[in-house]
Design a protein around this ligand. Structure first.
Ligand code: MN
Length: 283
């Protein structure tokens, strides 16, 4: 199932080039105090069959007639995996404009960083460059969306806590500040175009992913090159903090990161998930 949010407050299932509105089976009247995490993702796992019934025989509306929003609205955290592809670590070490004099270590040394939730946008929005005089880079990533609360889960149980996958763009301004600051600028966490549920992705550790800037390929790799794979990342993250439904892990970027400028168009592809186009704009 490809679950999306569209036109602001509608929940949809994407089928071919159409969207079927499946808002009705969800409880859209949250009661205070809200449970941690994303209100819709929290319910979605338990509604699979109700949603399927809703979708069966329903008439879709054209995908290109709607505004696709960020599929997750209120995660408790968006975690990021630094240097999780060896070749990206090598390019970062070789380029002072990426590493800024720091020695590039390993993900095991660094741990994960957090991006502010307020940075999240969906594909119908634009990345707005806050500091256009500095180097702003694209980082194309597999994003894992958590479905079931995970605290100190081992590798063997980790995958049971995954709700699904999406394309994640971990936009970054390079510089000397800590990652969580540089990567938390408004619009610097793009998620989309929808969430493909875990049952449709048998192995997230073997997915081709690529990114083009204005039609030119810059990143072209496979999640099989991740240093920490998806279950290891969930084990690692949940050994420090509880992951709640809707929490996002951006799993790191392969080599080929490069600077973007206002007017650029990014075309992202993730095997099994689909394609997402996003535009770069001035602040
Ligand atoms: Mn990244």
């Amino acid at each position: 199932m490809r679950l999306c949010r569209f036109n602001g407050n509608r929940i949809g299932v994407v089928r071919d080039a159409t969207i079927i509105d499946v808002t009705e089976p969800f409880n859209t009247t949250p009661t205070w105090p809200l449970p941690p995490g994303d209100w819709i993702v929290r319910q979605a796992s338990g509604l699979h069959s109700a949603i399927d019934r809703h979708v069966a025989g329903a008439e879709g509306i054209p995908l290109d007639s709607v505004r696709l929003d960020c599929p997750v609205t209120s995660p408790t955290k968006v975690a990021g995996a630094p240097v999780n592809y060896r070749k990206h670590a090598e390019e970062a070490q070789a380029d002072a404009n990426i590493s800024h004099g720091r020695t590039v270590g390993t993900i095991g040394d660094y741990g994960l960083f957090l991006k502010a939730n307020s940075a999240l946008i969906g594909p119908s929005e634009e990345v707005r460059l806050r500091f256009p005089d500095r180097r702003n880079d694209h980082e194309m990533e597999l994003a894992v969306i958590i479905g079931e609360t995970a605290n100190q889960v081992g590798r063997d149980e980790a995958m049971r806590h995954v709700f699904g996958y999406a394309i994640g763009l971990d936009m970054t301004v390079r510089g000397t500040e800590v990652q969580s600051f540089r990567k938390s600028i408004d619009t610097y966490a793009v998620l989309g175009p929808w969430i493909v549920t875990a049952d449709e992705i048998p192995d997230p550790n073997a997915l081709a992913l690529s990114l083009k800037v204005n039609g030119e390929t810059r990143q072209d790799s496979n999640t099989s090159y991740m240093v920490f794979d998806v279950p290891k990342l969930i084990e690692f993250a949940s050994s420090f903090y509880t992951l709640h439904p809707g929490d996002v892990i951006m799993t790191g970027t392969p080599e080929g990161v490069s600077q973007v400028f206002p007017g650029d168009v990014l075309d992202c592809h993730l095997e099994g998930v689909g394609d997402m186009r996003i535009k770069i704009a001035e602040s």
